[in-house]
Design a protein around this ligand. Structure first.
Ligand SMILES: Cc1ncc(C[n+]2csc(CCOP(=O)(O)OP(=O)(O)O)c2C)c(N)n1
Ligand SMILES: O=c1ccn([C@@H]2O[C@H](COP(=O)(O)O)[C@@H](O)[C@H]2O)c(=O)[nH]1
Length: 270
């Protein structure tokens, strides 16, 4: 099977790709243009448990402009006053108490009908890296679980990293020298790959085996001067990751605590 990926398209305001945005429990990158672009383009916005606290605390002056469509989670992290605020704003809230699955995976399940109805092609997951290592592995595991939940492409991102799961088959990945950092990697997390072939990289693979404890392809480099496409053929599931360059916003309004005054914000800015 052949798959096409253009993960950086979603970061461009002019693109018309149908996307959903998931906010995990990590600080929001509101100091980057990326956040506003993704928020304004997303047809479906899902805040996952403690991710809702970050949304609430970040947009203290214009919270009502930043209402998610859905809040999910086992609610061990969301602050009660944050939950009450969004309840009062009539945001849909779905409790997912099962403790054998992560809040992120359960959020994908809770949103899967909406993703289908809205014909969403990609789910961009903000806050996927940083924080605890077990959470990061769990987020990667959710990529494997997601193929049973939705047909949409799931793309994990943070301010400097993108990752997604390549199923066995042929993949073309569009890369753009303006928004891609040079580094990339092919990581056989879930299982060894017996045969991986690539083009468009500095260290290409030719029907090679990738396996933990042996060769895994980290600190590889895009050869994007000669081509804006990386091609990967793999016989087994494989994580693709690469660096992204995200521009900074000029005006930063970020405050974690309640009860912020104009004066304290001014002091923070100065
Ligand atoms: C073998 C096994 N290990 C660990 C767990 C515990 N566990 C797995 S997923 C999950 C829910 C995690 O919730 P999430 O909100 O994703 O993460 P949190 O921030 O609460 O750690 C729990 C408790 C389990 N059920 N089974
Ligand atoms: O450091 C972290 C913390 C959390 N996540 C992801 O967010 C959801 C919700 O987390 P809660 O702590 O329950 O609010 C969790 O399922 C993880 O996917 C994370 O990636 N890193």
């Amino acid at each position: 099977m052949t798959y096409q990926w253009n993960p950086l398209l979603y970061l461009k305001p002019e693109s018309e790709e149908k996307l959903a945005l998931v906010l995990l429990n990590q600080p929001l990158p509101t100091d980057r243009k990326l956040f506003k672009v993704l928020w304004s383009k997303a047809l479906l916005k899902i805040a996952v448990d403690g991710g809702t606290n970050h949304l609430y605390n970040t947009h203290i002056h214009n919270r009502e402009e930043y209402l998610p469509d859905l809040i999910t989670g086992d609610f061990d992290s969301i602050q009660p006053y944050v939950k009450s605020y969004y309840e009062e704003q009539s945001v849909e809230i779905v409790e997912t108490p099962d403790q054998n699955s992560t809040d992120f995976t359960k959020a994908l399940k809770a949103a899967s009908d909406k993703i289908k109805e809205k014909e969403i092609k990609s789910v961009i997951v903000l806050g996927s890296f940083g924080g605890r290592l077990d959470h990061i592995f769990a987020n990667i595991n959710s990529l494997y679980e997601a193929s049973e939940i939705t047909d949409a492409q799931i793309i994990l991102i943070s301010v400097d990293t993108v990752a997604f799961l390549l199923q066995p088959g042929q993949h073309t990945i569009s890369v753009d020298p303006q928004t891609c950092a040079e580094w990339c990697g092919l990581i056989p997390v879930g299982e060894p790959c017996n045969s991986v072939t690539t083009t468009g990289l500095k260290w290409n693979l030719d029907k090679q085996r990738l396996k933990f404890g042996d060769l895994i392809s980290t600190s590889n480099t895009l050869e994007s001067e000669s081509t804006n496409i990386v091609a990967v053929e793999t016989d087994a599931t494989l994580i693709w990751t690469m660096g992204i360059i995200t521009e900074k916003e000029e005006d930063i309004v970020y405050q974690m605590e309640e009860g912020v005054t104009e004066m304290s914000l001014k002091l923070k800015k100065n």
